[in-house]
Write a protein that binds this ligand. Structure first.
Ligand code: AGP
Length: 615
């Protein structure tokens, strides 16, 4: 929620203004209600803010170019509103009433009202409705020439989540940062220092990054970065090397990042399988670092995640159950798990899945599990993210940076990693036979080519999307291995097309949802061939009898299914457990093309942000 950028010094190829605006553009997926920059120019700090997108901000900054000449430092922000309406006044950066402090913030200051009341009683005039103005005015009140101690006092006074980036009027060559809960990463290349919410905003300058920890502050100058605890004590810190290529964050020839990222899925799958298997063997021992005998003693397995990542865990749960039903498995959304009286301890393994590694609820759930003595593994796409640093054992999903707000290739990365983890766990427990291992790894290896073939069916899926884009809503139905996919298909349509779409286990339709069906509500039925095909087709028949238009998504071996749909999407046959891998791309493309038909903002859907860093 919200993207932050800061730069001080002389960045090689770009001006400070370009660094900040590029960084905001790269992080716009984090929030896009309003945007602003504060630039230290020859005659003071120039604060430029707009309601709308970063592209509008770029135009405004260009209009002010002559006033901003020679800018040597600056901070910027792209906002996802929490406190206060979307207005220019509420947009960041905020300035203290005496002009001493200029500040941007990501997070929520929970004691902002108390601070505000106290300062207002002392005669300080607040001008915004935001929680952010409180730390801004408070810092100006505390500051009397010693930035480190003022920052220290400020940070210890705040309750809630914050990544703060701050300029003091009388310190032209410094930017100060601090963090609790919300992500913040800094870097230095010898002539300039940078900070951002997301590492991808810094990859043009260096790949060696310092992730700011909970309760840590940093002072950025053109010569480098110094780190402090909240009590003001300085300490050293080593960078983490991130080997992502900045080209990966480029849209290339595609109209949307989402479309590009859909196409990258065969490569993500191939890379992940190659990394963790040899011919017919899975080996994740080194990647996880968990002692093998610990795995043998696991009785309970808990998957915890949010949104698409949660649906990925449901795929893993099905795969494990299909091979070994002796484990007690649950898959919870993190926002529920963290407030439940969950069991834990040494015989429990909890797997926390988060693409960003910054989702507030997933982090809190992991902290809870660790406090119970539960063995924890994180699966994340971002090396150096909070979950990677906090949880002892991390497995990286190898999807590369995902920019589109709607998760696509990272879902494929997650289900691949989780499948391999499931196989590894069962193998260590002695409940995976060599023949099942070889069969399933062989199945995984055959998937990239199948995904490639599905991508080639795009014109057909685009035509279906056009035909059904006028529907008043969609029901996605399926059974067992298809159920997580019905959820993901429905979520994609909700988030990028803004259409009502629901997912139901096919057997649940008669228990209520079927009442909603008529000729304007499209049913997308997921019916792979196999033991449950006939049962699902009976449910489809019931929907047809209520005049609902039917799209059947099936596997090429399931001839029976074709006659049940007004439209049919056929995908290659797989191991029964792997239908989610091949069923996914048609559903992503279907949502993508419907959203295009409806003229939606596909990469930055309204009201959403890619990282949900507040509860
Ligand atoms: C999916 O398209 C969404 N972007 C969202 O549901 C996402 O999966 C969820 O917010 C979890 O994010 P995480 O994986 O970064 O924790």
């Amino acid at each position: 929620m919200c993207g932050i950028m800061g730069c001080v010094g002389k960045s090689g190829r770009k001006s400070v203004i370009e660094v900040i605006l590029d960084g905001l553009e790269k992080q716009e997926y984090r929030g896009y209600d309003s945007a602003g920059v504060a630039l230290r120019c020859a005659d003071g700090v120039k604060n430029i803010k707009i309601v709308g997108r970063v592209s509008e901000l770029v135009k405004r900054v260009e209009e002010c170019a002559s006033e901003c000449a020679g800018t040597q430092s600056g901070i910027g922000h792209t906002r996802w509103a929490t406190h206060g309406a979307v207005t220019v006044t509420n947009a960041h950066p905020h300035e203290s009433c005496d002009g001493m402090v200029t500040l941007v913030h990501n997070g929520i200051i929970e004691n902002s009202r108390e601070i505000r009341a106290r300062l207002e009683a002392d005669g300080i005039k607040f001008v915004t409705e935001t929680d952010t103005e409180s730390p801004c005015q408070l810092l100006a009140r505390i500051y009397s020439g010693d930035a480190r101690s003022a920052m220290s006092e400020l940070c210890r006074s705040l309750v809630g989540a914050f990544a703060l980036v701050i300029m003091f009027r009388d310190r032209p060559n410094e930017i100060w940062c601090a963090r609790t809960a919300s992500p913040l990463v800094v870097a230095a290349d010898g002539s300039a220092s940078y900070c951002a919410s997301d590492p991808t905003a810094l990859l043009d300058y260096t790949h060696d990054l310092f992730f700011i920890e909970e309760g840590e502050m940093a002072e950025l100058t053109p010569n480098g970065v110094r780190f402090f605890d909240f009590d003001g004590t300085s300490h050293g810190k080593s960078p983490i090397h991130l080997d992502w290529d900045s080209v990966m964050t480029d849209k290339g020839r595609y109209d949307h990042f989402m479309r590009k990222e859909i196409e990258e899925q065969p490569d993500v799958l191939r890379l992940t399988v190659d990394t963790h298997t040899s011919l017919t063997n899975v080996d994740m021992g080194k990647s996880i670092g968990l002692p093998a005998d610990m795995m043998k003693n696991i009785r309970r397995l808990q998957f915890v995640a949010c949104g698409t990542s949660h649906y990925a865990t449901l795929v893993a749960r099905d795969i494990i159950e299909s091979l070994d039903n002796s484990l007690d498995i649950r898959a919870d959304v993190a926002s529920e798990y963290r407030y439940r009286n969950v069991p834990g301890g040494a015989d429990t393994l909890a797997v926390f899945v988060s693409q960003s590694g910054e989702t507030a609820d997933t982090l809190a759930a992991a902290r809870l599990a660790r406090s119970l003595g539960t063995n924890c593994i994180a699966v994340t796409n971002v090396r150096g993210s909070t979950i990677d640093r906090e949880v002892e054992h991390t497995i990286l999903s190898l999807a590369g940076p995902e920019i589109g707000v709607a998760a696509t290739k990272t879902f494929t990365g997650q289900i691949t990693i989780l499948t391999l983890l499931a196989l590894y766990l069962l193998k260590e427990k002695g409940s995976l036979s060599a023949s099942d291992e070889a069969r399933l790894i062989g199945g995984l290896r055959s998937l990239p080519a199948k995904l490639q073939a599905i991508l080639e069916d795009e014109p057909h899926i685009r035509a279906l999307a056009k035909k059904h884009s006028g529907s008043k809503g969609f029901f996605f139905i399926g059974r067992r291995e298809s159920v997580p996919l019905t959820m993901e298909g429905a979520l994609k349509l909700k988030e990028i097309a803004y259409l009502p779409s629901e997912a139901y286990p096919a057997g649940e339709m008669k228990h209520g949802p079927i009442a909603m069906l008529d000729e304007k509500l499209t049913v997308v039925a997921l019916v792979p061939g196999g033991d449950l095909s006939d049962k699902t087709l009976s449910n489809v028949e019931e929907c047809r009898a209520r005049s609902a238009p039917i799209i059947i998504l099936t596997t090429e071996d399931n001839d029976d299914a074709r006659d049940f749909g007004d439209d049919v999407i056929s995908v290659p046959r797989t191991e029964r457990e792997f239908f989610p891998f091949v069923g996914l791309i048609p559903l992503q493309l279907f949502a993508y093309h419907i959203a295009r038909e409806l003229g939606r903002d596909i990469d930055k859907p309204r009201n959403l942000a890619k990282s949900v860093t507040v509860e």
